[in-house]
Design a protein around this ligand. Structure first.
Ligand SMILES: Cc1cc2nc3c(=O)[nH]c(=O)nc-3n(C[C@H](O)[C@H](O)[C@H](O)COP(=O)(O)OP(=O)(O)OC[C@H]3O[C@@H](n4cnc5c(N)ncnc54)[C@H](O)[C@@H]3O)c2cc1C
Length: 390
């Protein structure tokens, strides 16, 4: 009898899992609440007009046609994991095997409605673009960009600082290109004393040079009390005036996970073993941002980690099916790698158990990341061969 394999989520992890499962000839149904995969790493250029919203998407229907998986657009509202069933707004779906790749939510804070995030819903990137355009017309103002953590996520693997740095430096370059940089005060803020430290000491020690080069003030080490329409208020009641606040809140488990019977850590991320199988379940895997990843200083929820986890989960799943004892561990393949774009260049940072690297890449780094966006789209659509490990 054919097994029903259902993948929840059409992002980095879900799509990679569906493609790899199809390569092993399983019948796969992918369910996603949006009909496209959003290539988040290159969405940082949408607000500054260097990339279109459409170019940052890959239609799931196109991927489904090429890789021959079934696609259903529906919002999943409940996971009935003890009944092998998930409930959606339009229908309910049964499965024999489930791959959960639903991504993560964000920590809610007072006054968040006055902030915007490049890591939120894809449409948010267009709202930020409009707000920047309004500020450009006004000709002056205070722009504050920052990120926070999740106190319940003790591993700090769900902190997403990279895109905050990227959007700040890109805005600086954009203002300069518009010849109005001198009329704007740019401030990078974060509650931690040393934001960016996860990239490693070497990379962190160079951040001051970046702030200086891009004319960015810093405001670190003070907890955020709330956001208002025109300010950020800190724990000691001091304020930063703000005409535009871009804030990436700490990652949090999705409510659908928190309300389920899945094992989860305090922050609501699904507990898995090193084979990416959910603890206590033999037929469920959790991959990508939704999963609680192991606590290593060089571990962070990232797109390439999501793909590694998809690869590992499918490999282990398949070997179970065919009765092969070999298993793969995602722990061994974890590393932190980031091309941090700054609008007119980039810095390549890498952190593994053995080494830490920061390589400044003026100009060429910017084009390298643009090239990666092209590669990602075209390799997923089968127009360009996959480079192993990328
Ligand atoms: C601005 C930005 C820049 C980044 N830059 C980098 C980078 O340079 N390098 C890097 O490695 N990583 C980067 N990342 C991180 C990377 O994008 C994420 O780690 C990756 O997207 C995680 O993949 P995922 O599949 O787990 O989750 P997602 O990509 O978030 O996908 C989740 C999927 O689940 C679907 N979904 C959610 N809820 C439901 C529901 N209830 N019902 C049905 N479907 C649902 C969503 O529509 C989506 O399709 C960046 C992230 C952002 C936001």
């Amino acid at each position: 009898m054919k097994k029903e394999v259902v993948v929840l989520g059409g992002g980095f992890a879900g799509v990679e899992a569906a493609i790899k499962l199809r390569k092993k000839n399983y019948e796969v149904t992918l369910i996603s609440d949006r009909d496209f995969l959003f290539i988040y790493p290159v969405s940082i250029w949408i607000p500054v007009g260097k990339r279109s919203y459409e170019d940052t998407q890959i239609k799931l229907s196109e991927l489904a046609k090429i890789h021959k998986f079934n696609i259903i657009i529906d919002t999943i509202t409940k996971l009935e994991v003890n009944n092998n069933k998930v409930i959606g707004l339009n229908s309910s779906y049964t499965y024999d095997y489930l791959f959960i790749a639903l991504g993560m939510g964000k920590v809610k804070m007072e006054g968040m409605e006055y902030t915007h995030s490049i890591c939120g819903k894809p449409e948010e990137s267009l709202i930020i673009k409009d707000l920047l355009e309004k500020l450009r017309e006004k000709g002056h103002g205070n722009i504050n960009v920052g990120f926070g953590g999740n106190p319940k996520d003790i591993t700090a693997t769900a902190v997403r600082g990279g895109p905050a740095f990227e959007i700040m430096f890109n805005i600086s370059v954009w203002l300069k290109e518009n010849k109005i940089k001198q009329n704007f005060k740019l401030t990078f803020f974060a509650p931690m004393a040393e934001p960016g430290k996860r990239m490693g000491n070497r990379a962190f020690s160079k951040m001051d040079l970046f702030y200086k080069h891009y004319g960015v003030n810093t405001h670190f080490g003070k907890k955020i009390k709330r956001f208002t329409e025109d300010s950020i208020v800190f724990e000691d009641n001091t304020k930063l005036d703000s005409d535009l606040t871009l804030f990436i809140s700490g990652g949090d488990g999705l409510s659908i996970i928190k309300e389920s019977d899945l094992p989860q850590n305090e922050a609501g991320f699904v507990m898995i073993n090193e084979m990416c199988r959910v603890e206590g379940f033999t037929n469920i895997y959790a991959i990508g941002d939704v999963a609680a990843i192991i606590d290593h200083p060089w571990a962070a929820k990232q797109g390439h980690v999501a793909e590694v986890m998809a690869d590992v989960a499918v490999y282990n799943f398949h070997n179970v099916q065919i009765g092969k004892p070999k298993r793969m561990s995602y722990w061994e393949r974890l590393h932190l790698v980031c091309v941090m774009d700054s609008g007119d260049g980039a810095a390549f940072t890498m952190r593994t158990s053995k080494k830490e690297l920061l390589i400044p890449m003026p100009l060429v780094g910017h084009w390298l990341k643009q090239g990666w966006g092209w590669y990602y789209r075209n390799s997923k659509l089968g127009r360009f061969p996959r480079i192993p490990g990328m």
